[in-house]
Design a protein around this ligand. Structure first.
Ligand SMILES: [Zn+2]
Length: 166
């Protein structure tokens, strides 16, 4: 009995550790989830092109260096391609050399949410739009200061708006 209690508390600790997010409550990016903007998969298919749907709603990953936004250095704000929520600013964009648009922080702490994803052998932190749940990419701990975070984002999930409105 003693040993069983120890094992169970160990499991509880592990569950708590993997459920920990960098920011925001733990959420899964699925159609059933309770996001401010919610649509059925068919509705999303009509709104998005095939590449956007695959990334935002099915968590696909675009090919590296395939997005023009990867090398975009203009000043402006990157919005979610699903719902237009502002998610990243050019102020936090950096060239990670990975082939995906990379940011060291979201535009604000409310813009995106994250959860642990086990699609690969090792757990990764998935990041999604806080308003529609659309999958944006992943967050890694090898980013630059001051956060040390690298938000590795699919360009197809973003719409860029220049600061000067051009
Ligand atoms: Zn969105």
């Amino acid at each position: 009995m003693q040993r069983r209690n120890v094992l169970m508390s160990g499991a509880a600790l592990l569950a708590a550790a993997v459920g920990t997010n960098f920011f925001g409550p733990r959420r899964a990016a699925s159609a059933e989830d309770d996001y401010p903007i919610s649509m059925t998969p068919d509705e999303w298919r009509r709104k998005l092109n095939a590449e956007q749907f695959a990334v935002l709603r099915q968590e696909a990953t675009e090919r590296p260096f395939s997005s023009a936004l990867n090398s975009n250095k203009k000043a402006g704000v990157y919005h979610c391609a699903g719902c237009d929520n502002a998610v990243y600013s050019s102020d936090a964009k950096f060239d990670s050399g990975t082939g995906w648009p990379s940011f060291w922080q979201p535009v604000n702490s409310e813009a995106v949410g994250s959860r642990t994803d086990y699609k690969l052998i090792y757990p990764r932190t998935e990041v999604h739009c806080a308003d529609c749940g659309g999958h944006l990419g992943h967050v890694f701990d090898d980013g630059p200061e001051p956060t040390g975070k690298r938000h590795c984002i699919n360009g197809v999930a973003l719409v860029f708006r220049r600061a000067d409105g051009a």
